[in-house]
Design a protein around this ligand. Structure first.
Ligand code: BES
Ligand code: ZN
Length: 679
């Protein structure tokens, strides 16, 4: 059934939802813009000045969000020797970088942010070094290391050792006291480096355009995980002054990875098996529930992804379930995906996040975007693979299209938030001088997905499926930009006249640089139609135009995802429900008592919009119990509209609980700045 037919069948579907789910091709306007990295092709110096300009652009880094001179010296291997100091809330020790010489430059410039650097040596000898006196916002404080002439002339690589510690301003770490953990017994710490926070954890070339192998030597009184394969714990040291003893936990990452995938966590951790090559790590009390949530699907997902792309490269795939203040749903740190505990809903309803983070093992982690301007190559590809995995596991393309429709709604929300002409609604935004976190939204995810889905349909799935492993082989262990993606695709189909013509006729400029909506593919709407039909019944009831009697039967055949779509449809009603109807919905559909935060948070948004006072306290309590920004943001936004003192009180009570990134997001909301990132 076409979505138009579905629309007329359903009658008055809610206005916003109809917009989002209806088939609405958006015409592209041609926009001519030469991508700056194509200037590499300009190799025809006409004058000296032009030659100089061309040379500068040839050597200009692809990534505008780093201060490192990574085109002169490039990191090959990184060793982090850190003691985890829970009392001082800092890491201290040393970091060694082995860098390869690419150009005769007498200095190495590294990214740092709020780091304390106390000494730098090169090959064991003291050298001149300097931390810039002033920060360059938002990129931090470059560390410049002077090299002796002999090195620059003769060495093809150097090893730099830096004595360093993190500071209280570190944006990559959250430190928790025992009182802030679930069993209140031990302290906890974890990192989150994407996009440009690794520089506040260690001096490095903080760009996805540089890949390094890693050794982690991390001393802690508590178990440690890091983004490498565990190589054991050793060298017990007795604690002084009544403190706990410590072990040196070691990890090795032999697959080169970008700095944003550097990850570490330590706390009262236990682990259990969730598959032949997978374990889940979390607090001992939560372990069994976490194991149950993931054990049915993880290996299936890995095998399915391997069939679509090629064998998994990172040996183990483990999941660390973090405390509730973890600000994201998941983070694809190699070997250990970091995940929010809100995935643990007791019904396996949210394991799709695992499919997503696992898919990053190919898209993002093995093949990485060359800069945050090309972030769609990470997230768009990952959403595409995640939905292919879900479609294959359930052997049903309807599931994939349903998920794509949910994605289209998220894309519409992001575009509405930024405005249709906004730079950040382009697939390749200009991020020069910007903080990539500010550009973060569903746009790279969903516009990227729609583009790849469009290519699949354009070329035909059989041929397209041959390109997938080719692309991931070509750029394996490397970084890639959108122009290389295009060139590789055109090249792969060069001998196929039909596919070549279609690809050459594609309006690449529009896809890459036109802000706002891409053309909407004709997704199957079967699963969404049922949700919208139910929303319509509620709308009629709410407007006094129907005697519909809501009951549990209405949603007995719904998946949780269908309930999410229904709830979002109700959120979009032009006028809110009455408080009495909200109460009926909460009771009859058991949303108010659900353990699934995806459900209950969407329900509370409806309750707050309806000014259903009965739920204010519960909504505020939820906003203080989970720190995943996806939930926190809409709850505070709605709370601020109905009960400012309660919103402020909730923040004051919980501000130490929130992760620094989440805390500053709420602060901006409280200051009245509603336009803080739509994700
Ligand atoms: N890599 C992202 C998380 C991220 C992106 C953190 C940019 C910091 C900066 C991760 O893979 C992701 O997309 N997580 C999603 C879940 C997913 C199912 C869409 C999330 O956190 O909700
Ligand atoms: Zn992702």
């Amino acid at each position: 059934m076409s979505s138009k037919a579905a629309g007329s069948l359903l009658g008055k579907v809610t206005s916003t939802l109809r917009e989002c789910f209806a088939f609405k091709p958006h015409g592209f306007q041609r926009q001519s813009q030469l991508p700056y990295s194509q200037s590499k092709m300009v190799m025809r110096p006409i004058s000296d000045a032009a030659a100089e300009k061309a040379a500068a652009s040839i050597h200009a880094p692809r990534d505008p969000n780093t201060l490192a001179n990574y085109n002169a010296w490039r990191t090959q291997h990184t060793t982090a020797n850190y003691a985890i100091d829970f009392e001082g809330k800092r890491l201290h020790g040393s970091v060694s970088l082995t860098l390869k010489k690419l150009a005769d430059e007498r200095k190495i410039v590294l990214d740092t942010s709020f780091l304390d650097v106390s000494a730098v040596t090169v090959a064991g000898k003291k050298v001149d070094w300097e931390l810039a006196a002033k920060r360059t916002e938002p990129y931090g404080t470059p560390l410049t290391i002077g090299l002796a002439d002999e090195y620059v002339a003769s060495a093809s690589e150097v090893t730099v050792d830096i004595e360093v510690s993190t500071t209280k301003d570190c944006t990559a770490l959250q430190w928790m006291t025992p009182a802030q953990t679930s069993n209140k017994k031990q302290p906890y710490m974890f990192s989150q480096c994407q996009a440009i926070h690794a520089r506040s954890l260690l001096p490095c070339q903080d760009t996805p355009d540089v890949k390094s192998t890693y050794t982690f030597n991390l001393r802690s009184p508590l178990p440690v995980v890091a983004s490498g394969l565990p190589t054991g714990a050793k060298d017990f040291e007795v604690g002084k002054d009544g403190k706990d003893g410590t072990l040196l936990y070691t990890f090795h990452q032999s697959v080169p990875m970008p700095s944003y995938l550097f990850a570490v966590a330590s706390g009262d951790l236990a682990c259990a098996s969730i598959g032949p090559r997978s374990t889940v790590w979390t607090g001992p009390e939560e372990l069994t529930d976490c194991q149950w949530e993931f054990e049915a699907d993880t290996e299936d997902y890995i095998k399915t992804a391997e069939k679509i792309v090629y064998p998994y490269a990172w040996t183990q795939y483990n999941v660390l379930v973090l405390p509730p203040s973890f600000p994201y749903g998941g983070m694809e740190n190699p070997v250990f995906t970091f995940a929010t505990p809100t995935l643990i809903s007791g019904d396996r309803a949210n394991v799709d996040v695992v499919a997503h983070e696992l898919a990053h093992s190919w898209s993002g982690n093995l093949v990485s975007c060359a800069s945050w301007e090309h972030f769609w190559l990470n997230e768009g590809w990952t959403v595409y693979l995640e939905r292919r995995i879900q479609g294959a596991v359930h052997n049903d393309d309807k599931i994939r299209d349903f998920s794509a429709l949910i994605g289209w709604k998220a894309l519409s929300d992001s575009i509405a938030q930024f405005g249709e002409d906004h730079e950040f609604t382009k697939m390749i935004p200009d991020l020069k001088g910007k903080d990539p976190d500010d550009a973060f939204s569903s746009v790279p995810y969903e516009k990227g997905f729609v583009f790849l889905y469009h290519l699949e349909k354009l070329i035909g799935i059989e041929q397209w499926d041959k390109f997938i492993p080719h692309y991931f082989t070509t750029f394996k262990e490397r970084s890639v930009d959108s122009y290389e993606f295009k060139a590789t695709l055109l090249d792969f189909f060069a001998s196929d006249a039909d596919a070549s013509k279609k690809l050459n006729d594609l309006d690449w400029d529009a896809w890459y640089y036109k802000p706002g909506f891409p053309p909407k593919p004709a997704f199957d709407t079967t699963l969404a139609d049922a949700c919208l039909a139910l929303a319509d019944q509620w709308k009629a009831l709410s407007e006094g135009k129907s005697d519909f009697k809501p009951s549990a039967d209405d949603i007995s055949k719904f998946t949780s995802q269908q309930s999410y779509v229904f709830l979002e449809a109700v959120q979009g009603f032009p006028s809110p429900l009455s408080p009495a109807l909200v109460e009926t919905m909460g009771k009859e559909y058991a949303y108010a008592s659900s353990k699934n935060v995806e459900l209950v948070s969407r329900f509370y948004v409806i309750a707050l919009k309806a000014k259903a006072e009965k739920f204010y306290k519960d909504a505020a309590a939820l906003a203080g119990r989970v720190g995943r920004m996806k939930f926190v943001r809409p709850l505070y936004k709605e709370l601020l509209k109905v009960d400012v003192p309660l919103a402020r009180e909730t923040f004051e009570k919980n501000k130490d609980f929130y992760h620094p990134i989440c805390r500053s997001m709420i602060e901006k909301l409280l200051e009245g700045n509603a336009n803080v990132g739509p994700f």
